[in-house]
Design a binder for this molecule. Structure first.
Ligand code: C2O
Ligand code: CU
Ligand code: CU
Length: 486
């Protein structure tokens, strides 16, 4: 067995050592003694290159228990299991309706959804629907904890537009570990618009979800969270996409829609094609962009999503093609079959998202200051207290929040800021209009050190919702507050 010693360099580089690895490495372990420090903000350990030997796993589409024109009923269970991530080895994992990760739930705008949530773990958990606009008591925050063996039926109407959302646990202080162990699933919302745009939509064929996660496996090829855990965000050296190690994706020569989710605890990804060819972004966290935006790379901080389209009929398929990370580590090689696919075009106009003059001129009514690192993280100088309501806002009323990331004496780090129960609009980043590919509905945003982001947010429902840093260890360490919508 090959062992790679990978060092996450601290802010001072007095203990920086080069990473040692070999080409045919199929797994690696990490020397945890080197990790007990503040995560560098500019240098994190690279991910291993995918050898492409395994076809990418596509999460199954969850069959409803019942469905008719008005409603759909699903059962979602959180469970433990064993997964063969490495050939011939069993890794203990968590999953929804399966051993690892979860299925995709397809919801339709206008329908009533009932989900029977069941906790089959031997610890408490919650079922949080990230990005979904639902009442606080269906949102699955830390107050909606289910004990082992407990179940709960939640019900809501789908009142938001087509988008790619996800679900994951949210128990107080245990979110990072449970997500790390494998609890994460997908929600697709479809509406009349998404069905009429003519975008690639054959699930698993030209409409593919990609959940990017990084893990550390110990000598026994287990996910040992307490050993791997870093207070500033657990960063792994091993890339999994949809839970697949060394994945490749086989596609036809056609336009392929990739629904990207950064499902990592803490790692940021900057995704691009190895050839430098451009692709097109069509959707943000919460819906379609008005127009496709051409990009050469896209950065996603934890919990952010984007939908992109790569046109394999236009690429030179003689070359090896892959999705790579910022530092060129190979995350997902593509195998392009000679088969042509459907002829489709990307419509010029996909949505009618707009930021109004009124929203742009509204005064700031809530200020959020993100500060700190490791376990010394806080929002507005406070740590999470389940008994404390930090903000109140009226249902259906738009307010402008200003989010500031206050640097520390080492410069600070990006905090991905997320609000439950609503999709919001970015009004400005440091006073400037946000980039084109952020001019759409968002529920999580990267806030850079010393940056101020203004957003306009309206809650359609009532209840108590969390807002927090989506570096899950920061969240668990108290970088979270509560807003009561009434
Ligand atoms: Cu992904 Cu509190 O959420
Ligand atoms: Cu959320
Ligand atoms: Cu943070």
């Amino acid at each position: 067995m090959l062992i790679a010693i990978l060092v996450i360099s601290a802010c001072s580089d007095n203990n920086a050592q080069p990473a040692e690895e070999t080409d045919d490495m199929d797994h690696s372990t990490m020397d945890h003694d080197t990790m007990d420090e503040h995560m560098s903000h500019d240098e994190v350990v690279s991910l291993n290159d995918s050898t492409g030997e395994n076809e990418l796993n596509i999460p199954p589409m969850l069959e409803p228990d019942e469905s008719d024109d008005n409603q759909v009923v699903y059962t979602v269970r959180a469970q433990t299991g064993e997964t063969e991530i490495f050939d011939g080895a069993k890794t203990k994992t968590y999953g929804y309706n399966g051993a690892f990760l979860g299925p995709m739930l397809r919801l339709e705008e206008g329908k009533t959804v009932k989900i029977r949530t069941i906790n089959e773990l031997d610890e408490e958990t919650t079922f949080h629907w990230h990005g979904l606009e639902v009442a606080g008591d269906a949102d699955g925050g830390p107050h909606e904890s289910l004990q082992p063996g407990e179940e709960e039926l939640i019900e809501f109407d789908v009142t938001q537009e087509a988008s790619t959302l996800w679900f994951h646990p949210h128990p107080e202080g245990k979110t990072a570990e449970q997500v790390y162990n494998g609890l994460a699933g997908l929600i697709y919302i479809e509406d009349d618009n998404s069905k009429s745009l003519g975008l690639p939509n054959v699930y698993g064929e030209n409409d593919i979800p990609l959940i990017f996660q990084d893990k550390i496996f110990d000598e026994e090829l287990q996910l040992n969270f307490s050993a791997a855990m870093n207070d500033d965000g657990t960063i792994g050296d091993t890339s999994l996409v949809n839970g697949t190690l060394n994945p490749k994706l086989t596609v036809n020569k056609e336009k392929v829609r990739l629904r990207l989710l950064n499902g990592s605890n803490a790692r940021n990804y900057t995704l691009k094609l190895n050839t430098g060819d451009p692709f097109v972004q069509i959707a943000t966290d919460g819906g379609f962009l008005n127009e496709p935006v051409t990009l050469e790379e896209i950065t996603l901080t934890p919990s952010e999503r984007a939908e992109i389209i790569i046109d394999f009929s236009q690429l030179d398929t003689e070359k090896e093609l892959a999705l790579v990370n910022e530092d060129d580590s190979i995350l997902l090689p593509f195998e392009v079959s000679e088969q042509g696919g459907e002829e489709s075009s990307i419509p010029e106009k996909m949505n009618d998202f707009a930021v109004s003059e009124e929203e742009l001129s509204m005064p700031v009514s809530k200020q959020v200051e993100l500060y700190g690192m490791m376990d010394q993280v806080e929002i507005n100088g406070k740590k999470f207290d389940p008994e404390r309501i930090d903000f109140t806002q009226e249902q259906g009323v738009t307010e402008v929040w200003e989010i500031y990331n206050k640097p520390d004496d080492m410069g600070g780090m990006i905090h991905p800021f997320h609000i439950h129960g609503a999709q919001f609009k970015i009004l400005s980043r440091d006073g400037e209009e946000p980039p084109e590919n952020e001019q759409g509905w968002k529920d999580s945003i990267a806030v850079h050190p010393d940056e101020t982001v203004k957003i306009a947010i309206q809650f359609k429902h009532k209840g108590v919702y969390m807002f927090h840093c989506h570096i899950l260890e920061h969240e668990d360490n108290g970088m979270m507050g509560q807003i009561k919508v009434e």
